[in-house]
Design a protein around this ligand. Structure first.
Ligand SMILES: Cc1cc2nc3c(=O)[nH]c(=O)nc-3n(C[C@H](O)[C@H](O)[C@H](O)COP(=O)(O)OP(=O)(O)OC[C@H]3O[C@@H](n4cnc5c(N)ncnc54)[C@H](O)[C@@H]3O)c2cc1C
Length: 411
């Protein structure tokens, strides 16, 4: 067994981050920039997978990435979504449109980029900092904490007297002043620390796939709210487009184990012909939500999906996680790095409010978009038309772009 830590006392803490997802890697960058030592432990091999999942980066997140010195990489790879159109028939009848040109002075758009590229850029970003190490194929399996011994008489952190220890399945142990569980929705670290989650699931079901794009939809997002159900479509860089369809309770094709007929549903509800052979990535999901009873216990902090999950419809989960990372970096490296202080309990308070607010918004948007049949869909369409009247548009655009969600200000 080897207990790994720096030999020299550091004025900044040593943080162990469990999970090299987008949230853990962003946190590593933000801490590295502030001179903190960070060890990221990731159970999978380096940047495994090409999963697309989160594709929309909102202006508040772009501000955080700017602070991390990485926004130019994202802007050069991502595609800027400047408008969203809500339709109600395949024939192109519009309920209303939103433009994002006034939502932010530097970032008047939502940046579209697949999650695996986000992870790669963030991982490459960590290499700028000698104090940050990402250890792949290190699966954390035990978490221990002891009373605050990590402090010198001058109040500085001394990495030789660590207070948290994480043991991996290969027998290695990693010690530091704080631990952040950024190990995702199925992460086990919180349970090991005795933190429970409240959970629930929604009755809606969806299927999504990314396709080579041969449509005329350009760089705008499109939502079809039809009486048969919803279809959403978002552009991705490199000539790719994501299509998400609301499924029936018993989706076509599901009974015999094959993937749902997304192409047929898109043709019926949106009027576009997609080629099944051009599906680049696909997944089905039934949205759910979860919230940890606390986002912070002792020296352990939960961030991203480890702390909260929400319906992916609305595209907010990763962005809320980015807000968690930004506030944690500030708290760990500010003048007040005492995990037991009131300043640190602010993390739980502020980020839980942000997560709850995003969870409610995601659920409300999903409920509105998924109303089917008469009269529900007709009533919904009237509401959407009103919401997209010129006077409400700026507010709705800000809502869509999560502008109320700053790291410290949940809105
Ligand atoms: C279908 C779908 C679509 C989505 N679309 C959007 C969207 O458009 N916009 C948006 O903002 N969000 C979206 N989300 C949500 C988004 O994908 C998540 O919020 C985001 O991945 C959370 O990042 P994370 O870093 O917290 O967790 P994860 O991405 O889950 O990363 C956790 C990491 O921890 C590692 N790990 C787990 N356990 C251990 C262990 N014991 N030891 C070491 N490593 C461990 C895992 O291997 C993983 O790499 C979507 C989600 C889904 C499912």
């Amino acid at each position: 067994m080897n207990d790994q830590h720096s030999d020299t006392p550091s004025p900044q803490p040593h943080v162990i981050v469990i999970g090299a997802g987008p949230v853990g890697l962003l946190l590593a960058n933000l801490l590295g920039l502030r001179g903190a030592a960070v060890t990221v432990l990731e159970k999978n091999p380096a940047l495994a997978g090409t999963t697309s999942r989160a594709i929309g980066i909102t202006p508040p997140s772009l501000e955080i990435l700017e602070g991390a010195g990485l926004v130019d990489h994202f802007l050069s790879e991502g595609l800027q979504i400047g408008a969203a159109h809500v339709m109600y028939t395949p024939g192109g009848h519009t309920l209303g449109s939103l433009t994002f040109d006034r939502i932010h002075d530097r970032y008047p758009f939502i940046l579209s980029i697949p999650q695996h590229r986000t992870r790669t850029i963030l991982e490459e970003g960590t290499r700028r900092f000698p104090s940050v190490t990402v250890r792949y194929e290190h699966r954390a399996e035990e978490y221990h904490e002891r009373p605050d011994k990590g402090r010198t008489d001058e109040g500085r952190f001394d990495a030789n007297s660590p207070t948290v220890t994480v043991r991996c399945t290969d027998g290695s142990t990693w010690s530091g002043d704080y631990c952040v569980a950024a190990d995702g929705a199925h992460g086990e670290t919180s349970a090991r620390a005795g933190i429970t989650h409240n959970r629930g699931s929604y009755r809606h079901r969806f299927f999504m796939a990314d396709f080579r794009d041969h449509t005329d939809l350009g760089s705008a997002a499109y939502l079809w709210f039809t009486r048969h159900g919803a279809v959403e479509s978002f552009p991705l860089p490199s000539g790719v487009r994501r299509w998400i369809v609301q499924l029936d309770r018993q989706a076509p094709g599901e009974s015999n184990g094959t993937a749902p007929d997304l192409e047929g549903i898109v043709r019926q509800r949106a009027g576009y012909d997609l080629d099944r052979g051009e599906r680049l990535w696909e997944t089905g999901f039934q949205p759910s939500w979860s919230e940890a009873e606390t986002f912070h216990r002792g020296k352990l902090y939960l961030a991203g999906d480890a702390a909260h999950t929400m319906s992916p419809i609305g595209g907010q989960g990763m962005n809320v996680g980015f807000g968690d990372a930004a506030l944690l970096a500030e708290l760990f490296t500010g003048d007040h790095h005492d995990a037991d202080s009131a300043v640190h309990s602010r993390y739980h308070r502020v980020r839980r409010r942000a997560a709850r607010s995003a969870t409610r918004r995601a659920a409300a948007g999903m409920t509105l978009g998924t109303m089917r049949g008469y009269p529900a869909s007709a009533v919904r369409n009237v509401l959407v038309r009103i919401a997209l009247l010129r006077i409400f548009r700026p507010w709705i655009a800000r809502h869509f772009a999560m502008l109320a969600f700053k790291a410290g200000e949940p809105g």
